[in-house]
Design a protein around this ligand. Structure first.
Ligand SMILES: *Cc1c(COP(=O)(O)O)cnc(C)c1O
Length: 387
């Protein structure tokens, strides 16, 4: 069946024409029950090769939680990507595809005992921490491992802040580095996370300032650091334009060059930026209704089975399958399929009239979608398909 979609100019700035073209070709060829997530491999490869290019001596570790689909991990592994993990489940997938421990780090500052046991036996030996309790655990489970301390940094200007849960201030961080040394661990560096989908370039400046101050405090204590892990946070375009990766990296690189020793090693841990804009969710319109003054459209994917980040403020762009009789665009409330009133994806979305039974494409949905999905209310977790 040949399908046509109402593609606007705005969509062209969000999804590359080649990704859209591949998606439409796929939809014409395959008849698969929706919802499912398509991932454009070429876009993933392009992003993987772009990230890190403008930061000298950097290594890139894909944050597996963004999308742990085994085919994506296999593909990234073939591209020689490194990986950042937080759990035994993520480690198990990586070990099943033969990723060497030297290419795996864990930047989760609070790791479960089970994970520590399994990570130690696999040979993972580079991990973050931000408490004395974690040092004690590490000294027991992965003695002599390399550790980097997580600093708390401002997360303003990022759409998915992470700062409150993790990170310590400077004096505590310096103290923890010496405590780690005293416990036989190898304190190698510092890390931070500016917040996910960070659209404010100054977050990196503030974070790097703070990291540099810690670096000097550590030197005073006789600890010579060598690793700067700048976490993730690179943004992708959902609706509005965002600052580009090249601009962020050139800025970061020049700050590192000015302030840190020449032999520094830099780690970058992007999740969203690797797979997010390579993904297109394919969904079906399952219903429409007028409730008071609002026009509602219901999709077979919602907050619980894929679009959880919408409740945190991520606003997606939609492409509607077109029909013969076109009505003027209007504002829609977009909701998911479950019986929970929390299952509302967005409000005031301007769309051409969607038809029940038609497809709707959701752009930039490759990261933190399927990995968050549950089977709540009996809706199954959507498949991920690489194209
Ligand atoms: C989630 C996470 C990342 C990835 O963040 P993005 O915003 O998706 O790039 C990187 N590092 C750590 C420690 C994380 O928890």
């Amino acid at each position: 069946m040949l399908r046509t979609f109402k593609v606007d100019k705005i969509h062209a700035g969000i999804v590359p024409e080649s990704t859209l073209f591949k998606t439409l070709r796929y939809l014409d060829k395959e008849q698969i029950e929706t919802p499912f997530l398509l991932i454009d491999k070429d876009k993933v490869r392009e992003k993987a090769s772009l990230i890190g290019r403008h930061i000298k001596k950097s290594r890139v570790f894909y944050a597996v939680k963004a999308n742990p689909d085994i085919e994506i991990l296999r593909y990234l592994n073939k591209l020689n990507m490194n990986f950042e993990i937080a759990s035994e489940g993520e480690l198990e997938i990586l070990s099943s595809i033969g990723v060497k421990p030297s290419r795996i780090i864990s930047s989760n500052p609070v790791k479960s005992l089970k994970f520590l046991r399994i990570a130690a036996s696999y040979g993972v030996h580079s991990v973050s921490f931000d408490s004395a309790e974690e040092v004690d655990k590490l000294a027991e489970f992965i003695p002599h491992c390399n550790v980097y301390v997580r600093l708390s940094v401002p997360n303003e200007g990022s759409e998915w802040p992470l700062s409150k849960k993790f990170g310590v201030e400077l004096d505590e961080a310096a103290h923890l580095l010496s405590y780690a040394r005293d416990k036989g661990l190898n304190p190698v560096g510092v890390t931070f996370h500016v917040g996910s989908q960070c659209t404010n370039i100054y977050n990196w400046n503030i974070a790097l300032d703070k990291a540099k101050t810690l670096w000097d405090l550590a030197t005073k204590k006789g600890i010579r650091l060598k690793l700067l892990n700048i976490g993730g946070g690179y943004p992708i375009r959902y609706t509005k334009n965002v600052i580009g990766i090249e601009a962020i990296e050139k800025n970061v690189n020049s700050l590192i060059f000015e302030r840190f020793p020449r032999d520094i090693e830099v780690h970058i841990e992007p999740g969203r930026a690797v797979v997010g804009d390579a993904g297109i969710f394919v969904t079906t319109v399952i219903g429409k209704a007028k409730r008071e003054d609002e026009d509602w459209v219901y999709l077979d994917v919602g907050v619980f089975n894929g679009l959880m980040e919408s409740v945190g403020g991520i606003k997606y762009s939609y492409i509607v399958e077109s029909h013969k009789q076109t009505r003027p665009k209007k504002q829609w409330t977009v909701a998911g399929p479950s019986c929970d009133s929390f299952d509302v994806i967005d409000k005031n979305v301007t769309l051409p009239e969607p038809h029940v039974g038609s497809l709707m494409l959701i752009l930039s949905s490759g990261a933190y979608t399927v990995s968050y999905a549950s089977e709540f209310n009996g809706f199954s977790i959507p498949r991920t398909i690489l194209i």
